[in-house]
Design a protein around this ligand. Structure first.
Ligand code: NAP
Ligand code: ZN
Length: 347
C-alpha cells in the first residue's frame, strides 16, 4: 500500500509530530490526489484532545483538504489527472439509507469520516495533515478556478457547515446574526451577506469589529456587554451560533423574532445547558451538521461565484501544535492552513 508523509498525534496530550501513514491501493472508483493545503478546524482540536471521547491513535486530523488529482481509477468519470479538487469531513457512506438517498450523507449511520473512522476494510481513516489521500469519487469535489487552493481548503468544512443552514433559512433582506467570528463564523458572515441577508456579528468583544464589517456585516455587538441582549430582544430572523464553547443560548433565543430560528453548529465537548423561557413564541431551535455531497459542490460553486474567500494564515507542519493553542484562545485570523509541502520531502 502506498505511504505518505503526515503529521499526527500519538495521544490526547502529545504534540503533533511527523508520522508515515499508508493509503489504500486505489480501486476503480478512487481518486488519488496530492494534498496541497489542509485547514485546521476546531473539530480537529476537540477530537485530537479527546474532548469528544476516546479516539484511536495515532490520529492524523484534517478535513478541509485541497489538492491536485494525481491518479484516477478506471471507472472514475468526473475527474482527470491535474484537476483541482477537495475533500471535506466524509470519505464514504452506505449510499442506500434514506439519508444517503436524500443527499444528506452526513446523517448516514455508516458514514466514514475523513479521520477517526474505520473504513469498509476495518482500517482507521486518516485525514488531511498529509501529502496524499485516496477517496471514492462521490466524496471528491471540484474547486472552481476562481478560488485559490489555499483559501478554498477551509470551505470544505467551515464553508459547507455554514452554507447548509443559511441556504435552508435565509431570504434576501432577513436579519441574520452570526455568533462567534472564528473559522466558521467569518465564512458564515460572507455567505449570509452574499445571500442578501442583513448580517450582524455577536462576538465576545468588539476586538474584531473592523474585520466583521469588512466580511459583510452591517452591525457588530459584544456579548460581554450587559446592554447588548436587552437591546436585541426579538431582533433576528435567524441566529447561527458557531461558538466552540458552552454558551448562553437562552439570550440568543430571546433575540429572535417570535418566529425566528436559532441554529447551533458549535460542538463543545460539554453538553449544552439550556434554560428555556416559558414557550409561547413559535421559535425554532435546531442543530446542523456539515452538509451533503451535492450541497458541498453547490457551496463551492456559490463561493466561487460570489467571491467568498476565507482569510487564512499559512503554517508549516511544525507549527501545528502551537496553532491549536492559538485557535483555542481565539487568536487566529481566521483559519490556519497547513502548507503540506512542509510535511516532508515529496520525493
Ligand atoms: P474557532 O475558529 O475557534 O471559532 C470559534 C469562535 O467561538 C471563536 O472565534 C470565538 O468567537 C467563539 N468562542 C470561543 N470560545 C468562546 C467562549 N469561551 N465563549 C464564547 N465564545 C467563544 O472554531 P471553528 O473552527 O469555527 O469551529 C467552531 C465550532 O463549530 C467548534 O465547536 C467546532 O467543533 C464546530 N464545528 C461544527 C461543525 C458541524 O458540522 N456542526 C462543523 C465544523 C465545526 P468570538 O471571538 O467572535 O467571540
Ligand atoms: Zn471541521
Amino acid at each position: 500500500m502506498p505511504s505518505t508523509h503526515a503529521y499526527g498525534f500519538t495521544s490526547p496530550t502529545s504534540a503533533c509530530t511527523p508520522i508515515e501513514i499508508t493509503r489504500r491501493t486505489p480501486g476503480p472508483l478512487d481518486v488519488v490526489f496530492d494534498i496541497q493545503y489542509a485547514g485546521i478546524c476546531h473539530s480537529d482540536i476537540h477530537t485530537a484532545r479527546g474532548e469528544w471521547g476516546q479516539q484511536r491513535f495515532p490520529l492524523v486530523p484534517g478535513h478541509e483538504i485541497a489538492g491536485i488529482v494525481r491518479e484516477v481509477g478506471e471507472r472514475v468519470s468526473a475527474y482527470q489527472v491535474g484537476d483541482r479538487v477537495g475533500v471535506g469531513c466524509m470519505v464514504d457512506s452506505c449510499g442506500e439509507c434514506d439519508y444517503c438517498l436524500a443527499g444528506r450523507e452526513q446523517y448516514c449511520p455508516k458514514t466514514n469520516w475523513t479521520y477517526g473512522s474505520l473504513d469498509w476494510e476495518g482500517n482507521p481513516t486518516q485525514g488531511g495533515y498529509s501529502q496524499s489521500i485516496t477517496v471514492t469519487e462521490k466524496f471528491v469535489f471540484r474547486i472552481p478556478d476562481s478560488l485559490p487552493l489555499d483559501q478554498a481548503a477551509p470551505l470544505l468544512c467551515a464553508g459547507v457547515t455554514t452554507y447548509s443552514p443559511l441556504k435552508a433559512w435565509v431570504k434576501p433582506g432577513m436579519k441574520v446574526a452570526i455568533v462567534g467570528l472564528g473559522g466558521l463564523g467569518h465564512v458564515g458572515v460572507q455567505i449570509a451577506a452574499a445571500m442578501g441577508a442583513e448580517v450582524s456579528v455577536l462576538s465576545h468583544t468588539l476586538a474584531k469589529k473592523a474585520d466583521g464589517l469588512a466580511f459583510g456585516a452591517s452591525d457588530y455587538y459584544a456579548t460581554s456587554d450587559p446592554d447588548t441582549f436587552p437591546a436585541l430582544r426579538n431582533r433576528f430572523d435567524m441566529i447561527l451560533s458557531t461558538v466552540s464553547a458552552t454558551d448562553d443560548y437562552s439570550s440568543y433565543l430571546s433575540s429572535l423574532t417570535k418566529t425566528g430560528v436559532l441554529v447551533n453548529v458549535g460542538l463543545p465537548g460539554d453538553s449544552i445547558q439550556l434554560k428555556l423561557p416559558a414557550l409561547g413564541p413559535a421559535r425554532t431551535l435546531m442543530g446542523s451538521q456539515i452538509g451533503g455531497c451535492a450541497e458541498t459542490q453547490e457551496m463551492l460553486d456559490f463561493c466561487g461565484a460570489h467571491g467568498v474567500l476565507p482569510r487564512i494564515e499559512t503554517i508549516s507542519g511544525e507549527q501545528i501544535t502551537e496553532a491549536y493553542d492559538q485557535v483555542v484562545n481565539s487568536a487566529v485570523r481566521y483559519r490556519f492552513v497547513i502548507d503540506t509541502d512542509t510535511l516532508g520531502d515529496r520525493g
